[in-house]
Design a protein around this ligand. Structure first.
Ligand code: IMP
Length: 424
């Protein structure tokens, strides 16, 4: 059976650990959206990695790793990760890159700074928005262009000419050279040049042959370009619905969809966050949960679990299972709350509002749940958890009407409660 692993909040749910665990039994792992804005923490044989471009399947030498057409790829980041993993594994990961995926080029992060979107949205400043914008405006450079060097130079020349006209006074833009850029790109991408092609057909063949394919989502449902908290979102589709378009696979009814939910909520960057905390409780969650961005090192904003937002995310993603992460971070809390509805003035709502204005006025209505004092990192079954911790995860599953598949009780792969699947 093939499976998609999808973030249900504002990213940083712990998808890296879950994907790494499941990738062990997969034959193919496909990353389908985003770029090096993602930072997936993976602990492989005791060594901690923060991966940004490369799918978690790369940690298992036999697994084919696909970078699908919905991604934007920074070749320098990819090459550095590829080299690091080759050293760690003693052999190169098996990679295949969609010719349709777009390249993030040095001018994309520059545009974020020049236009101010980096600061306004609080982006990761990796050039994600400008790269997807170039794609939509049909002036982007695609991975497939790397196989046609003279065409690549022509396209880069045209794009840089246009940028110079728009930003005549920006020295970083006027200094760009298409020839130099093309030379650098071809050099950096050299190990991948033979592995660029029609990724959609490679994925479809694997699915037809009943191979176990894992689809690795980046970011989370609330950062989705269409259904997230616009404009404070990323520039790609982060949901199950986006997976078809981003991979070229239509038979999604045969793919399980596991939603990854952190036991509380975090957000980096700007944007409304109804259950955001401040002071002692927020600091405790941040310190105990290590809530600092893998990509940017920024402290994450922390708050209580928001079941209204999660219900919206679960509906969007046709979930077949839930993976709850970082439950251990809540051990020893003096109180635990979850948001069940919002109040806007006199009005109570139970639906997650998509409009920025409405969300800005949402006051959370909380339910207080029992807390537990015990450390839980050694629990390997739900019954081994203190009853309050067991009730907490059951409650989430009941409200979202999605069965539990996994509960993570610590960062290491073995610190996991597996429900209904074999973790060996
Ligand atoms: P961008 O994707 O760099 O354009 O950033 C847009 C918004 O998405 C910002 O609020 C970022 O902090 C957030 N974001 C992007 N990628 C991630 C991620 O992997 N985890 C958490 N937040 C992210």
């Amino acid at each position: 059976m093939s499976t998609a692993i999808l973030g249900m909040q504002w990213g940083d749910e712990g998808k890296g650990k879950i994907t790494h665990l499941l990738a062990k039994k997969a034959e193919m792992v496909v990353r389908f959206n985003g770029g090096p804005n993602a930072g997936h923490t993976v602990i492989d044989r005791g060594v901690k990695f923060g991966t940004h471009q490369i799918p978690a399947g790369a940690f298992y030498p036999g697994v084919q790793c696909i970078l699908a057409s919905g991604m934007v790829i920074d070749m320098s980041v990819l090459r550095a990760e590829y080299e690091t993993l080759t050293g760690h594994l003693g052999q190169s990961p098996q990679m295949f890159i969609s010719e349709n995926a777009h390249l993030i080029l040095p001018y994309h992060p520059m545009l974020e700074e020049l236009e101010g979107s980096g600061a306004h949205i609080g982006t990761t400043r990796r050039g994600i928005g400008p790269a997807y914008r170039d794609k939509a405006a049909r002036v982007g450079i695609r991975v497939g262009d790397l196989r046609h060097p003279s065409k690549l130079r022509d396209r880069l020349n045209q794009r840089i000419d246009l940028l110079r006209q728009t930003w005549p006074k920006a020295s970083e833009i006027t200094a760009l050279s298409a020839d130099r850029l093309a030379g650098d790109l071809l050099n950096i991408a050299q190990p991948f040049l033979e592995s660029i092609g029609d990724a959609a057909s490679v994925i479809r063949t694997a699915l037809r042959q009943d191979q176990r394919v894992l689809f690795e989502g980046a970011q989370g449902a609330l950062l989705d370009l269409d259904f997230g908290t616009y404009p404070y979102v990323t520039s790609s589709s982060t949901t199950f619905a986006g997976l078809s378009n981003a991979t070229g696979v239509t038979a999604t009814e045969t793919i399980d969809s596991i939603g990854v939910v952190k036991a509380y909520t975090t957000r980096v960057g700007e944007g409304h966050f109804p259950t955001e905390l401040s002071g002692k409780i927020e600091n405790r969650l941040r310190e105990r949960g290590g809530e600092f961005g893998v990509t940017t090192g920024r402290p994450r904003r922390c708050g209580w679990l928001d079941l209204v937002a999660l219900k919206h995310a679960a509906t969007l993603n046709r979930l077949t299972g839930l993976a709850i992460t970082k439950l251990d971070v809540l051990s020893g809390m003096e109180e635990i709350k979850v948001c069940r509805a919002y109040r806007i003035g006199e009005r109570k709502i139970v639906r997650f509002p998509l409009g920025e204005e409405e969300l800005a006025h949402c006051e959370p209505i909380y339910e207080t749940l029992a807390c537990w004092k015990e450390e839980i990192q050694t629990a390997r079954t739900l019954d081994a958890l203190p009853s309050a911790a067991h009730n907490y995860v059951d409650h989430i599953s009941q409200v979202l009407e999605v069965p539990l598949t996994m509960v993570s009780v610590g960062p290491a792969p073995e610190e996991t409660i597996a429900i209904g699947f074999d973790r060996s």
